[in-house]
Design a protein around this ligand. Structure first.
Ligand SMILES: [Mg+2]
Length: 256
């Protein structure tokens, strides 16, 4: 339902503002309707949970477990017709990163699916995700993917890392970026200014279950950070501990 409307005037029409604080465009609303329809079906089949979704906020489905939904991650890409956006779902038994039990990310353009079960591994299109580590010579990082919110000059916080990058990307879907960090294509994910932790809940589990490491910019662990809509964090993530450690070293951060 999303792809045919990507890049169209109808698709990018502003229809309100979401619980997450961003403008809601028609594509966000449509994607959320699809997610909610499926969750209503799950409810009717007996599942009980609390939904937190980016646009509508909280909705009670009669249980304590949380379902976090970002129905369209990479909205700006979808709005402009750039083919890199995803639906993101997480199921948690509490509201911190360490409580996330299931993470699911689907690229809505290619259909590629990433998911992870806490303690049960990470998967790509249903097969165990067992990536080869990105090449690293101890001096330069092959691909650095940078996320910086509007109004933030990313070079300020990340300058020393960018100076050691062979290539820098700014692809536009935080969830897909972390999945590709988990798959080894993005050697280091760099998020120098605080972003919504909510958006990272599912893909961080995928990265972790693939064997990757993630901290904030100061090298602090993220396990205890809240994944609710009002929580924010910086991020440094890689499949390879040596690349992550090199990033922290460049930042002058204390290694966790
Ligand atoms: Mg969204």
């Amino acid at each position: 339902m999303i792809s045919p409307l990507a890049g169209t005037t109808r698709g990018r029409e502003v229809v309100g503002s979401g619980a997450g604080g961003d403008q809601t465009i028609y594509l966000d609303q449509l994607a959320e309707q699809v997610v909610v329809e499926h969750l209503e079906k799950a409810y009717r089949s007996g599942l009980r949970f609390q939904l937190i979704s980016e646009e509508l906020g909280e909705r009670d489905f009669g249980g304590d477990a949380l379902v976090l939904a970002d129905p369209l991650d990479g909205s700006v890409n979808a709005k402009m017709g750039l083919p890199y956006y995803a639906v993101v779902l997480a199921a948690t038994q509490g509201d911190r990163f360490q409580d996330v039990r299931l993470g699911y990310v689907q690229n809505l353009v290619t259909g590629a699916e990433f998911h992870a079960v806490s303690g049960g591994g990470a998967f790509r299109d249903g097969h165990p995700l067992q990536p080869d580590p990105p090449p690293f010579d101890g001096r330069t990082i092959p691909v650095v993917q940078l996320d910086a919110p509007t109004g933030v000059d990313p070079r300020e916080g990340a300058a020393r890392i960018l100076a050691r990058a062979e290539k820098v990307r700014q692809l536009g879907s935080a969830a897909l970026n972390l999945c590709h960090a988990a798959a080894g294509g993005i050697a280091l994910q760099v998020t120098p200014a605080p972003v919504r932790a909510f958006d990272l809940a599912a893909p961080l589990l995928i990265l972790r279950e693939a064997g990757g490491v993630a901290t904030d910019f100061a090298g602090r662990p993220l396990e205890g950070v809240s994944v609710r809509l009002d929580s924010r964090t910086t991020l440094l993530a890689s499949l390879t501990p040596a690349i992550h450690g090199f990033g922290l070293e460049l930042l002058g951060a204390r290694v966790a």
